[in-house]
Write a new protein. Structure first.
Length: 143
């Protein structure tokens, strides 16, 4: 499912009538996260990190009857992640969420849970969350 390349102002119903929709509208329909997370955090990360970019493209291609684009981008993202060194923890956590979304949209709940649990383990291991270039964009709420 390809994006229109334009700012999304029509919402999911308009996309369904046009070209199938953008990834933000698809995720909004199934209530994954907040609009700020998808519209700002993930999109910013996809501009600075190739693995996130490929995972977003993979997720956007999940509803296509042709699995080749999904598999190509999903595989490329995993390849980049496996070879990366010293990646910001935020990128890894966003990747965990995107991998989980891809699994969930394919009705692979067990795999989706494994990615979320991996993200939780990463968070538990962090003494202080290293936000990298997003340091000023996030508010960490402590209870």
């Amino acid at each position: 499912m390809a994006s229109t390349g334009k700012e999304c102002s029509g919402g999911p119903a308009r996309h369904r009538r046009s070209n199938g929709g953008c990834i933000t509208c698809r995720i909004r329909r199934v209530n994954y996260g907040t609009e700020g997370f998808w519209g700002m955090v993930v999109l910013q990360a996809s501009h600075v990190d190739e693995s996130i970019k490929h995972l977003v493209i993979a997720a956007a291609n999940l509803s296509s009857s042709n699995n080749v684009p999904f598999l190509a981008h999903y595989s490329r993202a995993l390849q980049i992640l496996s070879r990366s060194r010293n990646v910001d923890v935020i990128i890894i956590l966003i990747a965990c969420v995107l991998l989980s979304v891809c699994d969930e949209l394919q009705n692979r709940g067990d795999s989706a849970r494994r990615h979320i649990l991996a993200g939780e383990r990463i968070l538990a291991e962090q003494d202080g969350l290293a936000l990298g270039p997003w340091r000023d964009s996030f508010r960490i709420y402590q209870t």
